[in-house]
Design a binder for this molecule. Structure first.
Ligand code: FES
Length: 152
């Protein structure tokens, strides 16, 4: 049986009918075709699926879509303003904060939350906050540098 939910995603209202067990990640990718949010592990271990729900970062693979009724969701697609990239996106480009790019949307969503939630005062603090976002290419030092640039 389908359940109705109403979500605000990147500033746009969506009324949807979904299976109760649908994750927010699958809803975003498969029903709304917002494929910037990536599926890495699908069980809360890699951070590739990170989005913001009411301003807090969330692993969307662990969040049931029905629980997000009435909430404001921001995905990587919602960060840029028209043709202007978000300062964190600019900083990742400037500091080479990626190689293959697969983890990058999740890294950037966490990086924005890192500063917003006040955990970017030192390299250690940044590394700790970002530790749930895995990068197989090992771009970690450059990601920390990107965050520090936006913070300062
Ligand atoms: Fe969600 Fe890995 S896909 S944490």
């Amino acid at each position: 049986e389908q359940v109705k939910v109403s979500l605000n995603i990147n500033g746009k209202k969506h009324k949807l009918s979904i299976e109760p067990r649908t994750t927010l990640l699958d809803l975003l990718r498969e029903q709304l075709h917002l494929t910037g949010t990536k599926k890495g592990c699908d069980y809360g271990q890699c951070g590739a699926c990170t989005v913001h729900v009411d301003g807090q970062r969330v692993n969307s693979c662990l969040a049931l879509a029905v629980m997000q009724d009435g909430k404001e969701i921001t995905t990587i697609e919602g960060l840029a303003k028209g043709d202007d990239l978000h300062p964190m996106q600019e900083a990742f480009i400037k500091h080479d904060g990626f190689q293959c790019g697969y983890c990058t949307p999740g890294q950037i969503m966490s990086a924005v939350a890192c500063i917003r939630e006040g955990h970017a005062d030192s390299d250690e603090e940044i590394r700790e906050f970002m530790s749930g976002n895995i990068c197989r290419c090992g771009a970690y030092p450059n990601i920390v540098n990107a965050i520090k640039e936006v913070k300062n």
